[in-house]
Design a protein around this ligand. Structure first.
Ligand code: SF4
Length: 252
């Protein structure tokens, strides 16, 4: 461990190597066919499940597969397609507004640029990172609640904010693991290193982890391994998508 309390780069590389072992190429579970439909799907997924988004988007994208058609639909036209998704009113407005912005400022294309993405209605840093990584293959790490908690527990970060955690991860994560890091840490947080009761005896990185409240075989967590069948990221390369990119509803 380094003086800062963080793992060393070598230890961090070992953490990612172990987390990556069973899932070498994790991808988002959101269904999309190009950067625009990814952007819309990511926006719709704010505080909602990927499953709920995937149920709603086929009909929406059939009606409006491009920024122009989505803008033509407008918030009122988008709303009926997404009423099963939480925060649908705000999301309908944001999807319509970001579609107009793409047309007016980016020739109808999703920009491969963080600042331009974050300038879109409803798109924050986390969403921009997801889009940059998933759609364009950029080495970015989106920090959500799982990534934040797991990174701080293991010693990959000592950050008090998502931006600080992202900065630590970007420094410690080897380049070859950057694209998958977000997914591996989410999966680890969802199924092993759960918030209230981490399953430390079953954890692949327990010998490296710096968390002081580890559970033990004598005080085990409830079995988390049984949940692993419902991973929300794909573990194998998906069929070739036609392109890439996305965004979001509330700044996230
Ligand atoms: S040892 Fe425990 S606290 Fe540390 S990463 Fe594994 S499950 Fe989480």
């Amino acid at each position: 461990m380094s003086r800062s309390g963080l793992l060393t780069k070598k230890q961090a590389a070992e953490v990612f190597a172990r987390l990556a072992k069973d899932r070498p190429d994790p991808r988002t579970e959101l269904d999309y066919s190009d950067p625009f439909t990814l952007l819309v799907s990511v926006v719709l997924s704010a505080q909602a499940t990927d499953v709920s988004v995937n149920k709603a988007t086929p009909a929406l994208f059939k009606a409006a597969p491009t920024p122009q058609k989505m803008a033509d639909l407008g918030a009122e036209g988008i709303a009926p397609f997404i009423k099963t998704i939480g925060l649908w009113r705000m999301k309908a407005k944001n999807v319509a507004a970001l579609s107009r912005t793409l047309i007016e400022e980016h020739n109808g294309e999703v920009p491969r640029d963080r600042d331009a993405l974050q300038a879109l209605p409803g798109v924050g840093r986390k969403t921009a990172n997801v889009v940059l990584a998933e759609a364009f293959g950029e080495g970015t790490i989106a920090v959500d609640t799982h990534v934040f908690r797991v990174s701080n527990r293991i010693g990959l970060s000592k950050g008090k904010t998502p931006d600080q955690v992202e900065a630590h991860l970007m420094r410690l994560c080897p380049p070859e693991y950057l694209r998958g890091a977000h997914h591996w840490l989410i999966l680890h947080g969802r199924y092993v290193c759960q918030a209230r009761l981490p399953d430390c005896p079953a954890c692949a990185v327990r010998d490296l982890c710096r968390f002081r409240g580890k559970t033990t075989p004598e005080s085990p967590a409830r079995p988390a391994a049984s949940a692993r069948g419902s991973l929300s990221v794909r573990t194998k390369p998906r069929a070739k998508k036609s392109a890439a990119a996305g965004a979001k509803t509330r700044k996230k």
